[in-house]
Design a protein around this ligand. Structure first.
Ligand code: TUI
Length: 318
């Protein structure tokens, strides 16, 4: 399966692994790159030394291309920009903001830049200032999300931009990947499905909650205040909902508590396995994820299923 994304990034399959904060470490990203996709280390809120250690580890695991995701809300975003330039990281993705002010620096260091965007307007701006491709993420995705669905935003961005588009959000298997390619995407970015990969070091309680999740088990917190985040429903999301309802009625001193509630919540679930009070960020396709598999099994099944469904539909319709 060749696409402009394979040519651009020097990879075998047009599958990127989402740079999930706290989760996407060298173990997961290294396995994805080794299996022919693009593994991406999630910078999240981590300081420079932590991300540097993961970059050193991934270089031990694989000689193939890999990326680092820079989460632009991080207090260390500028440090991570410096780090990827110093370490000559081949590919950078950015999330949760506009990376314009860093673009010239990335280009000076020959880094391929793929911003994650939630709208046509930001995509057009990124193309204009030299992005190599964009990841268009629909609100089916886990974690911090925009407002539009994958099905509606991907073809609009494909029409508006000349650079390749990678679809993300709700792509749980080869059927979803085939659909994304039909919408005009040149590749896909997968997050939730990789949460249950054997090489993913997320706490086993987190994996168990993903495998147990049904279609209706994710929710979006902070739709009206702060940053909207999709996660599996639990005590934490219920508490967010309760406070949000109060806030919608009146401006309240509880807003302080509202902010505190999120601090360290992702780490609590990912590292400590506290899936009641931690944030179990996951996308709407969590209900499709049924078992733990190796990264290679996951990537191979996406590719074979995509080819199968496209061939089956074509033979029926043509
Ligand atoms: O970044 C993500 N997903 C994330 S980041 C994250 S860590 C976090 N935790 C709690 C609160 C906030 C962040 C967990 N999941 N996905 C990529 C993504 N980027 N989704 C949406 C956007 C986005 C939103 C606005 C990108 C650009 C943007 O631009 C606004 C502007 O400034 O123009």
């Amino acid at each position: 399966m060749q696409s402009k994304i394979c040519d651009l990034l020097g990879i075998e399959y047009p599958i990127l692994q989402g740079g999930m904060a706290w989760i996407a470490d060298a173990s997961l990203a290294g396995a994805v790159s080794e299996a022919g996709g693009l593994g991406i280390i999630g910078g999240g809120n981590a300081p420079k030394e932590v991300v540097l250690a993961e970059i050193k580890k991934i270089k031990e695991i694989t000689d193939k291309p890999f990326g680092v995701n820079i989460m632009l809300l991080s207090p260390f975003a500028q440090d991570i920009v410096d780090l990827v330039c110093e370490e000559q990281v081949p590919v950078v993705t950015t999330g949760a903001g506009n990376p314009s002010k860093y673009m010239a620096r990335f280009k000076e260091h020959n880094i391929k830049v793929i911003p994650v965007i939630p709208s046509v307007a930001l995509g057009a701006r990124m193309e204009k200032i030299g992005a190599d491709a964009v990841v268009v993420e629909g609100m089916e995705a886990g974690g911090h999300i925009g407002k539009l669905t994958t099905m509606s935003i991907v073809p609009q961005v494909v029409d508006a931009l000349k650079i390749p588009v990678i679809a993300a959000g709700g792509i749980g298997d080869g059927r979803g990947m085939a659909a994304a390619l039909m919408l005009g995407a040149e590749g896909v970015q997968i997050g939730t499905r990789f949460l249950v990969a054997k090489e993913c070091t997320v706490h086993e309680n987190y994996k168990a909650r993903i495998i147990k999740a049904r279609d209706v088990d994710t929710t979006v917190t902070c739709q009206h205040f702060g940053h909207p985040v999709r996660a599996i429903k639990n005590k934490l999301t219920n508490e967010y909902d309760r406070l949000e309802k109060i806030e919608l009625k009146k401006a309240d001193p509880d807003l302080v508590k509202f902010d505190e509630l999120g601090q360290g919540a992702l780490k609590k679930a990912v590292v400590e396995g506290d899936v009641d009070h931690g944030s179990i960020m996951a996308g709407q396709i969590a209900g499709l994820v049924k078992k733990e598999e190796t990264v290679k099994e996951i990537i191979d099944s996406y590719i074979s299923e995509t080819n199968e469904v496209i061939a089956a539909k074509c033979s029926r319709w043509l």
